[in-house]
Design a protein around this ligand. Structure first.
Ligand code: NAI
Length: 250
């Protein structure tokens, strides 16, 4: 039997109750990590996830938190220290879309996406960075998007936020590398989750035609790349963005 890649590590996952975040929580637990995961509203999904993590012998703590709220997001590091006593991995996953043409996009559509998808990454990372700097170790993984690299029309808010996450990742990677802290991003393409389930058949077909591998990805496929980046198998990799998109963004 192979060794767990993240035995006794402690991880935070924002937006962990469903979709990609949920798959990341489960993959972390299967590799031996304990998890604190946040959610915005899905309390009913949080408890079953704790049970599932417990069943494979790891601990999980759900935390209701809005990543867009700077003061609120400070709670996360207090809770993780109180419960687990340490922190090794931060995964900034929480994100939303409000796709519209620019002409139809309200200031609120713009701000909601920037505040959650970009400022949320700042808020949570800002809350955790002092712990990582003090212990001279840490691993941060940001969930960007193929739209941050090769944007599609109709989502200037999302494309700007996710490109911003990539810039954030590179700048912070340089800043904290001397402290043995790695910072990387993943850029998923079309992944089967609640976020993409709303696509009508016409758009689905159009996007499938654009993907060289001819299919949407799974949350589990994203989670496995996150595990690689969170583990020592990637110890010489920092400041990178790995695209998981079936070739869409090449
Ligand atoms: P999802 O909609 O299924 O899950 C998003 C999670 O973020 C939910 O748990 C939600 O409660 C949480 N969340 C949203 N706003 C929040 C806030 N203000 N504070 C705290 N938590 C909040 O979405 P999915 O598909 O799992 O996406 C996860 C990440 O992956 C997002 O950052 C998304 O932009 C990114 N992504 C998804 C792709 C896809 O095709 N599904 C493609 C590329 C990137």
């Amino acid at each position: 039997m192979r060794e767990n890649l993240l035995l006794n590590k402690v991880a935070i996952v924002t937006g962990g109750t469903r979709g990609i975040g949920r798959s990341i929580v489960m993959a972390l637990a299967k590799e031996g990590a304990d998890c604190i995961f946040t959610y915005l509203q899905n309390r009913d999904l949080a408890e079953p996830l704790v049970d599932e993590v417990n069943r494979i012998g790891r601990r999980a703590l759900p935390l209701q938190m809005d990543v867009a709220d700077f003061e609120n997001s400070k709670i996360i590091i207090e809770k993780v220290k109180e419960t687990f006593g340490r922190l090794d991995i931060l995964i900034n996953n929480a994100g939303i879309i409000r796709d519209k043409s620019l002409m139809m996009m309200s200031k609120d559509d713009w701000s909601a996406v920037i505040d959650t998808d970009l400022t949320g990454v700042f808020n949570t990372t800002r809350a955790c960075i002092i712990t990582f700097l003090k212990q001279k170790s840490g691993n941060i993984i940001n969930i960007s998007s193929v739209n941050g690299v090769h944007p599609l029309p109709g989502q200037v808010n999302y494309a700007a936020a996710k490109a911003g996450v990539i810039g954030f990742t590179k700048s912070l990677a340089r800043e904290v590398a001397p402290y043995n802290i790695r910072v990387n991003a993943v850029a998923p393409g079309f992944i089967e989750t609640d976020m993409t389930k709303e696509l009508d058949q016409g758009h689905r077909k159009k996007f499938l035609d654009m993907i060289p591998l001819g299919k949407f990805g799974t949350a589990e496929e994203v989670a496995q790349t996150v595990i690689f980046l969170a583990s020592d198998k990637s110890h010489y990799i920092t400041g990178q963005t790995i695209q998981i998109d079936g070739g869409l963004g090449m």
